[in-house]
Design a protein around this ligand. Structure first.
Ligand code: CAA
Length: 692
């Protein structure tokens, strides 16, 4: 075996050259890999004894794409295009041997080989769209020439991975070889190609699949229309579609030039920068400086959930989904029956979309045991309390749990705002207490805030993070404060939204600005969805617009009216009743009215959030700014293409954020204060991304 360089080797197996990449963790196409591949191909071609070349990777995967850490930096030769040209132009057949994932640039390299073989467990995909990009190394021009326009459109705009079997059926993989013997299978395939004198099959020369869509622009229009909601606000899906159109309408090299131009445009834009940032943020969020990866974890085999309401039921579903038995405790039989009934209904709904079979539903339901006896939780490794948000009740529950549940178990609360340190004083083992704040609906939403209380032990933290990952969630470790990270920032926005309501904006004006910015809904539509009567009681005074709405039985979507009026399908309409309530209320308060611009709505809502995020960092409630962004993207639908509130602040410029907050001055409220950290960073010309 000859080392071309530290990450690429060239070896011979008889008359077959084996070019192998060994660049952990994912064999990304960094400069050294590109240089090694180019050199290796040239050497192999230059050796008259070589009859065919197999391109294969060591480690857990085939090439998983370009090296994302190189993006945004000046390019260093050789380019990926040079490597691809060398592969495609090779006078001897080149066979890509795929295991793990052939993604992005990795699949594009494979598409420049003359043949592709894979083990059955391999997957292929062009996930660039998830980084706000398009496949910029010929993938958009070659993929549709093999799999056809419809599948190519689906793959490039969804970023979905296709398993080897489906890829084989689509013609993307020429042959499946035995799992565990990729090298042998690929060499055998190469020998057959040579023996049978098979042609050098260059994907760029294929035309029939793209020709089938030529002169049919309606294919693309229908695709755009069908996906308009999913693509809202994102640039990359539309750019990807345009490249596939080019593959259909233009000669190969012209299509390639269009791909390059659109790729560069995306690469230089803010959306891709944001999405690349989120890619790394999603990986960073699991890393906890003082809780290293080798912290011993507590084995979790049985879980208890207290409360069979919406939250408790949803939480229990997560565990049943991964095959873990769950005991659900309620205080009354009818509440328990109702809760388990809702869980079953939710599962059954999944059978309609084909995500679950009826057998799958039964399997999950069998893992759920309902009981009225807290004592049944004695042998659980983890208990999650999801009862009413009331400190006395929670403390009482924890006191009982302390006496019942076995030593070493984790005692978690799903509180969304209460002081977990105070809850922990109800037990003799405060090190076992942690917050696991699931977001509603808990079986759907990806975010869990893992809340570290004063005495929470490191194994309890490590176990909670690992468990969240097993559940398919994304978890951010946060500290104790009212509302933790997510709801505390939400509250900062709500305060501005409510203030602007009093100053002359209508709920739908504010909601529209937030929706147009890219969130799924604004604060008032969100309140209507959650119910305006949360924490409200008729005895209370009419101290806010929300309370007046509740008085008039406008309690949100569930009563057909709240800030908005709703039709039978729950479509919202601006409400003249609400408008009158708001105006009367403002008049009674003597609040002068004015027209509020969309710019002011956005700046006050968003900059107040950023300011609160800065305070959270000051107080060390979040480990890093990108964790706050992860919370807001996954818990509240902040648009990924804007990277989260803290990344967004960087794109605006912290100096500008502070200057605008100062301009708004007293309008922001008498308790509003600009974060000293934000001020300091703005003065120093820093970005949140500089805080590592
Ligand atoms: N470049 C640089 N680093 C990468 C990388 C890439 N393409 N892909 C993964 N990594 C890094 C991750 O940041 C992570 O680093 P840390 O351990 O330091 O956090 C490490 O590799 C392992 O990654 P994961 O934790 O994600 O590992 P996994 O086993 O769960 O998943 C994977 C592996 C499926 C390959 C996943 O990492 C992934 O989806 N990677 C991105 C693939 C991608 O988007 N490729 C397209 C790149 S763009 C492109 O290719 C443009 C073009 O057209 C030329």
């Amino acid at each position: 075996m000859a080392a071309i360089n530290p990450v690429v080797d060239l070896a011979m197996d008889g008359d077959i050259a084996i070019l192998s990449v060994n660049h952990p963790p994912v064999n990304a196409l960094s400069q050294q890999v590109r240089a090694g591949l180019l050199d290796g191909i040239r050497r192999a071609i230059g050796d008259a004894a070589v009859r065919a070349i197999v391109l294969i990777c060591d480690g857990k995967t085939f090439i998983a794409g370009a090296d994302i850490t190189e993006f945004g930096k000046p390019p260093v030769a050789p380019s990926l295009a040079e490597v691809e040209d060398a592969l495609e132009g090779s006078p001897r057949p080149v066979i890509a041997a795929i295991h793990g994932t052939a993604l992005g640039g990795g699949l594009e390299v494979a598409l420049c080989c003359h043949y592709r073989v894979a083990v059955p467990s391999a997957r292929c995909g062009l996930p660039e769209v998830n980084l706000g990009l398009l496949p910029g190394a010929g993938g958009t021009q070659r993929l549709p020439r093999i799999v056809g326009v419809e599948q190519a459109l689906d793959m490039v705009t969804s970023g979905k991975h296709v398993d080897a079997k489906a890829a084989h059926a689509a013609g993307l993989i020429d042959e499946l070889v035995a799992e565990g013997d990729l090298r042998g299978g690929a060499i055998g395939f190469a020998r057959r190609v040579v023996a049978e004198g098979r042609p050098l099959r260059r994907v760029r020369d294929l035309d029939d699949k793209v020709a089938a869509a030529r002169g049919k622009p309606e294919i693309f229009e229908a695709f755009r229309k069908a996906n308009a909601k999913k693509f809202r606000g994102f640039l990359a899906p539309e750019y990807n579609i345009r490249t596939i159109e080019a593959a259909v309408d233009k000669p190969f090299d012209e299509g390639l030039a269009i791909e390059r131009k659109l790729f560069i445009e995306l690469m230089q834009g803010t959306q891709s920068a944001a999405q690349r940032y989120v890619f790394f943020a999603e990986r960073q969020v699991w890393k906890i400086p003082d809780v290293p990866d080798d912290t011993p974890a507590i084995p979790i085999r049985k879980v208890g959930v207290i409360g069979a309401g919406t939250m408790g039921g949803g939480i229990a579903m997560n565990f049943a989904n991964i095959g873990m038995p769950v005991t659900i405790v309620e205080t009354k039989q009818d509440a328990l029956d109702r809760g388990l009934g809702v869980v079953r209904k939710n599962y059954e709904r999944s059978t309609k979309s084909g995500r679950l079979t009826m057998a799958g539903v039964e399997q999950r339901m069998q893992l759920l045991t309902g009981t009225l006896a807290l004592e049944q939780l004695a042998d659980c490794d983890l208990v999650i309390e999801a009862v009413f948000e009331n400190m006395d009740i929670k403390r009482e529950v924890f006191g009982k749990l302390d006496r019942i549940v076995k030593p070493g178990a984790i005692l978690a609360t799903n509180t969304s705002a209460l002081d977990i340190n105070q809850i922990a004083t109800a037990v003799q083992r405060p090190d076992a207490v942690i917050g696991l704040h699931f977001f509603s609906p808990a079986n759907v939403m990806r975010l869990v805030e893992v809340v570290r209380a004063q005495h929470t032990s490191k194994p309890v933290i490590a176990t909670s993070m690992q468990l969240a990952r097993k559940l398919g969630k994304i978890a951010a470790l946060v500290g104790v404060c009212p509302g933790f990270v997510g709801n505390r920032i939400l509250y900062a926005r709500s305060q501005q939204a409510s203030a602007m309501l009093m100053e002359g904006a209508m709920p739908w004006d504010i909601d529209q600005a937030i929706y147009d910015f890219g969130l799924p809904m604004g604060p008032f539509a969100m309140s209507d969805l959650a119910g305006l009567d949360i924490g409200w009681s008729a005895e209370k005074s009419k101290s806010s617009i929300r309370e007046v709405l509740c008085e008039q039985n406008r309690r949100g979507q569930k009563t057909g009216a709240g800030f908005y009026d709703y039709d039978e399908q729950r479509n919202p309409r601006p409400s003249p009743v609400t408008e009158k309530i708001v105006k009367d209320f403002a008049a009674r308060s003597g609040q002068p009215q004015r027209t509020i611009s969309q710019q002011e709505i956005l700046e006050r809502c968003l900059y107040a959030q950023i300011n609160e995020g800065a305070k959270i960092l000051e107080e060390k409630i979040a480990i890093r700014p990108s964790d706050i962004d992860i919370v807001w993207i996954n818990g509240y639908g902040w648009p990924v293409y804007r990277g989260g509130p803290m990344f967004y602040a960087d794109t605006v410029g912290l100096h500008e954020v502070v200057a605008r907050l100062e301009d708004y001055g007293p309008r922001l409220g008498k308790d509003f204060a600009i974060s000293p950290l934000l001020r300091q960073m703005a003065a120093d010309g820093k970005r949140f991304q500089d805080l590592k």
